[in-house]
Design a protein around this ligand. Structure first.
Ligand SMILES: [Zn+2]
Length: 396
């Protein structure tokens, strides 16, 4: 249970040339003072945040169907469009809006999946990418011709991602089987190290279909466990109709349900902040409906879901999610006076109130800079920095 959201005033974040947070000094008077204390940083470039600006950890989207990006708001049964142009625009827009890390469901196409990986690397977005492996049950005939071809194509995509980013600085391949393909005995051979992504208990029809095509199982998670899908590196989407048995099984196997995401195009928003608000609303409705207030997500829990919680779903909690030294500097510089997207009058000296206002009312108009791996990847001014001082009237 997350109980608090930590707001640190009068702090400096030092970022080394590899984009790693070297230190987070609190209760200091200026970035220059801190640079003097850390000899390696004597000549570091420094940025001091202005009043009403603050740093926020990079937001993390755990589930986005890439080819459905053009179908946002018009429904997932539309034909999928795929082109370099779509991916290029999508990745840039995602970064500008708020998503520094995204777990992408690609399509069955090798070339399109590889283009997506190239595009994320080009624009500096951190991404977990899986080529979809599916033999039946998709729409518009979007399934593969044989299991052998599906496995071979997955291998080709993994090799491509390994080649363009061997150290997984930004691009992390995953294996993404769907439906009957999971039954193959040799599915995981040589791929144990990769994250495994799948949908589970998405709709009642999905559950019936999965059990009908996999005779001998009484529930979804037993079937997944038997096929090796449940694992500490599993990322399971939706999980809407989990039974108590399913929940126990996920706990036992350390397989994790996804945190939250825009779920393009079943979802209709491009903002992770919007997903955060929707999570809040749904939790409140559940609390009202059941009379059990434990369902209500608190403000610190909402922040956790969008940052460290989602990082842990993607097995990246050692790398991103907050500003702990040793982690990658993935951050937003939020400027609450940049555009008039929410009212701050009267709350200028209440840091928690400002943060709440941004989470519940803010949007990309208030994002001044976006950093991934310490590198400025987009923003409203072209300034890089390695030492960021947060004075008294700003907060992290
Ligand atoms: Zn999905």
């Amino acid at each position: 249970m997350v109980k608090t959201a930590e707001i640190t005033l009068g702090s400096t974040v030092g970022v080394n040339s590899d984009g790693i947070i070297a230190f987070l000094d609190t209760d200091v008077n200026s970035s220059e003072e801190v640079c003097k204390n850390h000899s390696d940083y004597a000549n570091a470039s420094c940025t001091t945040l202005a009043p009403l600006q603050f740093l926020f950890p990079g937001l993390i989207d755990t589930h986005l169907h890439v080819p459905q990006w053009p179908n946002l708001a018009i429904g997932f049964l539309q034909r999928c469009l795929q082109s370099e142009k779509v991916y290029d625009e999508m990745v840039q827009e995602e970064l500008e809006i708020d998503s520094m890390t995204v777990a992408y469901n690609s399509s069955i196409q090798v070339e399109a999946t590889n283009v997506l990986a190239d595009t994320c690397l080009k624009h500096g977005q951190r991404a977990v990418i899986g080529k979809l492996c599916i033999l039946t049950g998709s729409t518009h005939g979007n399934w593969e011709t044989s299991a052998e071809k599906s496995l071979q194509d997955t291998r080709t995509c993994i090799e491509h991602m390994r080649k363009i980013d061997p150290e997984e600085k930004l691009i992390m391949p995953c294996v993404q089987p769907r439906g009957a393909l999971t039954r193959r005995q040799n599915w995981w051979e040589g791929w144990a190290i990769y994250r495994r992504r799948a949908h589970v208990c998405e709709t009642e029809e999905d559950i019936v279909g999965a059990l009908e095509s996999n005779p001998g199982f009484e529930n979804y998670t037993d079937m997944y466990k038997s096929y090796g899908m449940l694992h500490e590196r599993s990322i399971l989407a939706h999980s809407i109709h989990l039974t108590d048995h399913d929940i126990r099984m996920l706990k036992e196997t350390n397989a994790v349900d996804h945190s939250h995401s825009i779920d393009c195009s079943a979802g209709y928003s491009t903002f992770m902040l919007d997903s955060t608000r929707q999570a809040s609303n749904v939790s409140r409705h559940l609390a009202m409906h059941t009379g059990n207030d434990d369902y209500r997500l608190t403000f610190p829990e909402l922040i956790y879901l969008a940052t460290l919680g989602s990082a842990s779903v993607l097995v990246l909690e050692e790398k991103i999610g907050n500003f702990e030294p040793g982690k990658c500097f993935d951050a937003l510089v939020v400027d609450t006076v940049l555009e008039d997207c929410f009212n701050i009058a009267g709350w200028e000296h209440d840091d928690l109130a400002l943060l709440k206002k941004w989470i519940f009312m803010g949007d990309d108009r208030s994002i001044r800079k976006v950093f991934v791996n310490g590198k400025l990847v987009t923003g409203k001014e072209n300034l890089a920095s390695t030492c960021i001082y947060v004075p008294e009237h700003a907060c992290t």
